[in-house]
Design a binder for this molecule. Structure first.
Ligand code: DAH
Length: 352
């Protein structure tokens, strides 16, 4: 190879070594073997040479071209290897890092209690109903024989909502689930209106209505948001005896204990007459011997039956309202209600 060809090959090698990436390398290649690269230009010059010179000069140029292409191929491979090494480095996994565990979730203890209550009452033929938490004044109080300005209204520290419809209705966050008695009865009366017109008797009403309730109240056993579950059983001949049987059965099933005593203690509620608080007493375990209040109850007041759109002369029955939060505390031996609503996972995962 002649001197000039040697220096071209050297220049090519140096240019390739300087190229830091494939694009730069292709630019460098163009300067030598591209359309108007230095080698290509030399090839074009062959035309002017004699046949003899063409042969030797041509062979020398070809040799130089092959040397350049070899250098190009080697640099291409080098750049590709470097790129691969960079990628592997960037995507490296530290297999010694501890994994991120995804623990299975679980139902909240109060939800477990609500499900349990629903299952037990469903097995006794009770429907399960749901209703609004923002409730009208009429449903929360007036319909339940608790007229405006009656002192019994202040039995509950109600959250009044600053919201009054065009119809003049005042709203509150329902302080109890009792409005569901009237709401459900209304739906029921509507559903069977045609049958009753045709002279058939109205089917019994048997329903529970669990849900959230609200009062201005907060300490170890009271929370501004808490749960209640209302119960209602109305028919032609439903008596206090039926209330005793149903509620005793419920408590024994709920607490899985047959030697559980119940006491119906006379009380007052505007929507029932007579009324009773229901207390239970465990015969064994840490709470044995103490009477624990779990529900209010009573025979539905004739005024309330009338407000349901039913005739108190022919429709009679009972209602009760219990506290699922309290039942959960008793069942699991929890002594502070606030634990249920703090959202502390260490507490909650114990019920999973
Ligand atoms: N609503 C009452 C309360 O929040 C509980 C209650 C008492 C419900 C007697 C009833 C009932 O249905 O008959 O304190």
């Amino acid at each position: 190879m002649t001197q000039d060809l040697d220096s071209i090959v050297e220049a090519a090698r140096a240019a390739f070594a300087q190229a830091a990436n494939p694009a730069q390398l292709e630019d460098a290649k163009a300067q030598f073997t591209g359309k108007s690269g230095r080698i290509t230009e030399l090839m074009k010059g062959l035309a002017q040479l004699s046949v003899e010179d063409k042969k030797t000069r041509g062979a020398a140029i070809n040799q130089a071209k092959q040397a350049i292409e070899a250098a190009l191929g080697a640099r291409r491979q080098q750049l590709a290897d470097a790129e691969l090494a960079r990628q592997l480095q960037a995507e490296a996994l530290d297999v010694t890092l501890p994994g991120r565990v995804r623990e299975p979730g679980g139902l909240h203890p109060v939800s477990l209690t609500l499900e349990r209550i629903e299952r037990i009452f469903a097995s006794m033929g009770f429907d399960v109903a749901d209703g609004p938490e923002v409730e009208s004044d009429w449903h929360s109080f007036t319909s339940l024989n608790n007229p405006p300005n009656h002192p019994a209204r202040s039995m509950q520290d109600t959250f009044y909502v600053d919201l009054q419809g065009d119809d003049g209705i005042h709203y509150n966050l329902r302080p109890h689930t009792s409005p569901m008695q009237v709401r459900y009865a209304h739906q029921h009366v509507k559903r069977y209106a045609d049958a009753v017109k045709a002279g058939q008797p109205m089917p019994e009403i048997r329903v529970i209505a669990p849900g959230r309730t609200y009062r201005v109240d907060s300490d170890a056993t009271h929370s501004p948001m808490f749960h209640q579950c209302e119960g209602l059983w109305l028919g032609q001949n439903v008596s206090f005896k039926d209330l005793k049987v149903v509620f005793t059965d419920f408590c024994r099933t709920f607490f899985e204990s047959d030697d559980l005593k119940l006491r119906f203690r006379p009380s007052f509620f505007p929507f029932t007459e007579p009324s009773a608080e229901i207390d239970i007493q465990f015969q064994s375990g840490p709470l044995a011997g103490r009477w624990l209040e779990v529900a209010g109850s009573g025979q539905v007041h004739p005024t309330v039956v009338r407000n349901m759109g039913l005739d108190p002369e022919t429709t009679i029955g009972f209602a009760f309202g219990m506290g699922p939060d309290r039942l959960t505390m008793l069942r699991y031996g929890v002594n502070d209600l606030r634990l249920f609503f703090d959202g502390d996972i260490r507490f909650l995962r114990q019920f999973r």
